[in-house]
Design a protein around this ligand. Structure first.
Ligand SMILES: NC(=O)C1=CN([C@@H]2O[C@H](COP(=O)(O)OP(=O)(O)OC[C@H]3O[C@@H](n4cnc5c(N)ncnc54)[C@H](OP(=O)(O)O)[C@@H]3O)[C@@H](O)[C@H]2O)C=CC1
Ligand SMILES: O=C(O)CCC(=O)C(=O)O
Length: 628
């Protein structure tokens, strides 16, 4: 363990010995592995370090002007700044999975770099720069600001897994815990080849500020496993997930009161179920053990509404910003107030993108004009736009490819039309139309979709997609940050310059506010798990009876209610209704607080959200003091 000011970095090289290999070979929990974990979990690896009386503010990040933004982030080879990165200690050569991952990333970045020759800073530097700019709007002391900004703990480790072909492979993984001012720390687990130290630290910092923005009582964390999940079968993915969980257990980096993971890019309910099951195997005496992770399947203690929460929160957030006449005026929002009738482009139809698109269309009456995925993008020129559910179904059938969607729909509609002509019944998917909406598939670089003419652009895949290189070509009136960090500091600086020049710039609804629905409902799930009771279970029927009595009184006084109103009035709130109500309230409050601060400080919503959260965290330190 080494301490550097307020920052504690813990790293352990993997114990790549025969015993670990045998444990992995046996499909994970062999008795020897269990014994090893038991032994290691008794070691003390304290990760809660509020002590920071000697915290010094970190120096400003390199490249401090928009013009000096560094090269497009090469997440693998970007040189670490010496003041922040202690010498890497590992006890083995670079794992083969990391080498393969590196090759894949370099390949992907080649296309990206060809697109944007501008120099750009890393993700973490970008987050740090936003923090620094926002900090100037607060009256927090430089020393405390330094403490709030730094990542407290970084775990980096490797572990072996046995592939189905009998080969042993080393996997690299991370967990960053950015702040322990509130416990547990909280944040998702990402499975992707681009996962790196810089990325998890940036994402963990965003979690800290996001939780403060929506008043969710957690510190920020984020984890990641460096794999291309498409290259592993389900058995291998389960082994990786379970072994990763054990590596967290042995470092005291998972637990209901310590650190609570959740889904992120490349993971979902399934992985959270495996993590929970693994954690439980080692903590049977802990009555709160299922609160060790959120985003679980409902039958394993998950909560209704978590899967769609981030996307629904995105819709609520956009709706709330666009409902404000002063926002519409300040950013000259095309087509004026409201979501209805707006043209929307979505990048990434995963968990967040799908639900965001669905709610924008179904609840907001927006038109989804384009959807981008890895292999290209779909553009619709019809009045009704794209139906995200149909596109998602196609992606599921093709293993994630948009290619073939147009032909597939044509065939579907053709069959339905023929069936209808023969007097046969039509299916639910085809009753609404008998001709295929004019949809075009544009193969190739999905990033081109970001530059399409639209009202609302929803990047819902990865960070850094709107950068200094393509920012001048973005035509959207609103950029709704469903992903974490999709707009770089360089791009943001470009848009701010536009403002100074009196040119219209997009309203950027920042990630700290807009995608906070996920962690908000994770908080509800955690509370549900600690309470050991489903929300609404004790109240729904009594609410129904009370409302029935009220309706009876109204009817006795001659008030006639329509059947639909009667149903609505008498429905007691179940878990889904309560979760959505809590989510909507949280999002509305966050937008209100953010926009109020933006007006007071004369800044954009991003800096307003950062500065509000910095103030809240500083207030926590002010009242709790600094240990010891
Ligand atoms: N899940 C959550 O609750 C939350 C997630 N977020 C953030 O939202 C973002 C998305 O997360 P999530 O939806 O969970 O992840 P998913 O893995 O569910 O979905 C991501 C989608 O984006 C696609 N994609 C990848 N690269 C590109 C590209 N270049 N162009 C277009 N599409 C692409 C992926 O395709 P493929 O499957 O082929 O890789 C996948 O369909 C991340 O930034 C995450 O941190 C934020 C808050 C909460
Ligand atoms: O649900 C959670 O706890 C975390 C969600 C997350 O990772 C995020 O908001 O980026």
């Amino acid at each position: 363990m080494c301490t550097m000011g307020c920052r504690l970095i813990q790293r352990w090289g993997a114990v790549v010995d025969r015993r670990a290999a045998t444990a992995a070979a046996s499909g994970f929990i062999s008795s020897s592995a269990a014994a090893a974990v038991r032994q290691l979990s008794t070691e003390t690896h304290p990760i809660h370090h509020p002590a920071a009386a000697s915290a010094k503010p970190s120096p400003p990040a390199a490249g401090t002007s928009p013009e000096s933004v560094a090269e497009v982030p090469d997440v693998l080879s970007a040189p670490p700044s010496p003041d922040k990165q202690p010498t890497r200690v590992t006890n083995h050569d670079i794992p083969s999975s990391t080498e393969r991952a590196a090759a894949t990333v370099r390949e992907a970045l080649r296309g990206h770099k060809a697109q944007s020759p501008m120099r750009e800073m890393t993700f973490l530097e970008s987050v740090d720069r936003f923090f620094d700019d926002a900090a100037k709007l607060t009256h927090v002391s430089p020393a405390l600001l330094g403490h709030i900004k730094e990542c407290n703990t970084l775990l980096e480790f490797t572990f072996p897994i046995l592939r189905s072909n009998g080969q042993i492979e080393l996997i690299r993984a991370y967990r960053a815990q950015h702040s322990h001012h509130r416990l547990p720390t909280k944040g998702g687990i990402r499975y992707d080849v681009r996962v790196s130290e810089d990325e998890v630290k940036a994402l963990a910092a965003l979690m800290t500020f996001k939780c403060a923005t929506v008043d969710v009582p957690f510190g920020g964390a984020k984890g990641g496993v460096v794999i291309d999940r498409t290259k592993y079968n389900d058995v291998e993915l389960e082994r990786i997930t379970r072994r990763f969980t054990v590596e967290l257990i042995r470092r005291n980096a998972i637990g209901p009161s310590l650190d609570v993971p959740a889904p992120d890019y490349g993971t979902g309910q399934r992985e959270m179920g495996w993590m929970k099951d693994t954690y439980e195997a080692f903590h049977q005496k802990d009555i709160d053990r299922i609160a060790c992770v959120t985003g679980k399947p409902i039958n394993l203690g998950g909560i209704r509404g978590r899967e769609s929460a981030t996307g629904l929160g995105v819709y609520y957030g956009v709706r709330e910003f666009l409902a404000r006449p002063d926002v519409v005026q300040a950013y000259s929002i095309r087509k004026g107030a409201g979501v209805a009738g707006k043209d929307v482009v979505v990048q990434g139809l995963g968990n967040v993108g799908f639900w965001a698109a669905k709610f924008m269309r179904d609840m907001g009456q927006a038109r989804i004009v384009a959807i981008a995925e890895r292999d290209g993008y779909l553009v619709s020129r019809s009045d009704e736009g794209l139906d995200p559910t149909q596109v998602k179904r196609h992606l599921a059938a093709t293993g994630g490819e948009l290619r073939g969607y147009v032909e597939h729909r044509q065939a579907e509609v053709g069959v339905a039309t023929a069936a209808a002509a023969m007097g046969g019944s039509t299916t639910a998917t085809t009753t609404t139309t008998d001709t295929v909406a004019p949809v075009e598939f544009v193969p190739g670089n999905p990033a081109e979709a970001l530059e399409l003419d639209c009202d609302i652009l929803i990047p819902a895949a990865l960070e850094g997609v709107i950068h200094a290189g393509n920012a001048p070509r973005i035509r959207a009136s609103v950029i709704a940050e469903a992903a974490n960090g999709p707009v770089t500091y360089g791009a943001d600086a470009h848009f701010r310059t536009q403002r100074q020049l009196g040119v219209d710039r997009p309203l950027i609804i920042p990630d700290l506010v807009l995608n906070a629905g996920g962690v908000t409902v994770s908080y509800f799930e955690w509370v549900k798990n600690l309470g050991h009771l489903r929300f609404g279970r004790m109240t729904r029927r009594i609410e129904e009876k009370t409302m029935r009595a009220v309706v009876d009184v109204l009817e006795r006084h001659g008030v006639k209610l329509a059947a639909r109103d009667l149903l609505d009035l008498q429905a007691g709130a179940d878990e889904t209704a309560l979760v959505r109500s809590g989510l909507e309230d949280t999002m509305c409050t966050a937008v209100e607080e953010t926009w109020t601060a933006a007006k007071q400080s004369g800044c954009d919503p991003r800096l307003a959200a950062y500065s509000n959260s910095i103030r809240k965290i500083a207030e926590d330190y002010g009242t709790s003091g600094i240990f010891p």
